[in-house]
Ligand binder design. Structure first.
Ligand SMILES: C[S@@+](CC[C@H](N)C(=O)[O-])C[C@H]1O[C@@H](n2cnc3c(N)ncnc32)[C@H](O)[C@@H]1O
Length: 304
């Protein structure tokens, strides 16, 4: 492409794609999301990006055609396709924003379409009506498509977060050779904050909760070289079960701090949250975000 690649980040949240783009020399030309809280975090970390609050349920073909970007990255809501969200697929109101984009997509003039497009979602998206619609529309507009599932554990990161990734390009897509990343694998301890072995009360799981539900928790030993976390969901910090893993510490059992989860997602060390943002909100936003390392791996398929 010669010049620097530009991207449009749809459903940008706190900027998981932006963090990956920074390491790939992609310039995010525009980022859109409807959540003011997520956008506050995004703006704090990417002050130079043009970020806008927008309800994508209302986006028009004209607006989409107006973005001048080589790559569109989409991270639409996952709940319509997840078991937890009851798999209502396109019938779920939370799928309306993606459905709207797909509705207006055929009306965008060919020369205003991006060279590349990518979409990330939960693995069950692969069997959804939404996926069939996306693939059909992109094929009709002449895109080559490649789909894959990827989990950060495949990249040597001790954290499970399997996700579905669709990449599409107007150029032929040849999947690159897998990186030999196992050699770069780091143990869980490398992602932990040593000061939290004696954690503040807000991170500790009350002993009565551990006594009652502990059997069902995934409690990791920080010194275990083979330890890996399960997927941290947006409910971590709210519900105890099936929302993520816990750690054994000096004084009992604790939650992972938001910064430890951000590190496991491979956000850069300088990533931060607004001081006033409550802990639960931080966990919520990270649970909705994505593996920055996985995005970079997936984007290798494009000739950027
Ligand atoms: C799976 S999260 C994507 C998170 C993002 N990739 C990140 O790194 O934080 C889905 C995002 O879609 C946003 N969203 C949901 N419905 C929307 C709508 N109608 N218009 C714009 N954004 C919407 C949510 O606020 C949320 O940030």
């Amino acid at each position: 492409m010669g010049t620097q690649t530009t991207a449009l980040e749809l459903f940008c949240g706190i900027g998981g794609f932006a963090a990956a783009a920074a390491r790939m020399h992609i310039r995010v030309a525009e980022a859109l999301d409807q959540s003011p809280v997520a956008l506050g975090v995004y703006r704090l970390n990417f002050p130079d990006h043009h970020v806008r609050k927008a309800d994508l349920e209302k986006i028009s073909a004209g607006e989409l055609a107006g973005f001048d970007a080589d790559l569109w990255w989409l991270s639409p809501p996952c709940q319509p396709y997840s078991v937890r969200g009851r798999k209502k697929d396109l019938g779920d109101p939370r799928a309306r924003s993606l459905a709207r984009i797909l509705e207006v997509f055929p009306k965008i003039p060919q020369k205003r379409l991006p060279q590349h497009l990518a979409l990330e979602n939960v693995p069950a998206f692969a069997e959804s009506q939404a996926r069939a619609l996306v693939v059909g529309l992109l094929s009709d507009r002449g895109y080559h498509i490649h789909e894959r599932q990827l989990c950060p554990t495949e990249l040597g990161i001790p954290s499970r977060r399997p996700r579905y990734y669709l990449t599409a390009s107007r150029e032929e897509l040849t999947p690159p050779e897998p990186l030999l990343l196992q050699s770069q694998a780091r143990p869980l301890s490398a992602y932990l904050d040593p000061e939290l072995d004696d954690p503040p009360a807000e991170l500790l799981v009350p002993p009565e909760v551990v006594a009652r539900f502990g059997e069902g928790f995934r409690i990791l030993d920080p010194a275990d070289p083979n330890a890996y976390t399960t997927c941290f969901t947006a409910a971590y910090g709210k519900s105890f079960m099936h929302a993520g893993s816990y750690l054994r510490c000096q004084t009992g059992v604790r939650r992972f701090s938001p910064m430890e989860i951000a590190a496991l997602l491979h956000f850069p060390p300088q990533f931060r949250f607004p001081e006033s943002l409550p802990l639960r909100k931080r966990w919520h936003l990270l649970g909705n975000s994505l593996s920055v390392a996985a995005v970079r791996e997936v984007a290798r398929i494009f000739s950027l």
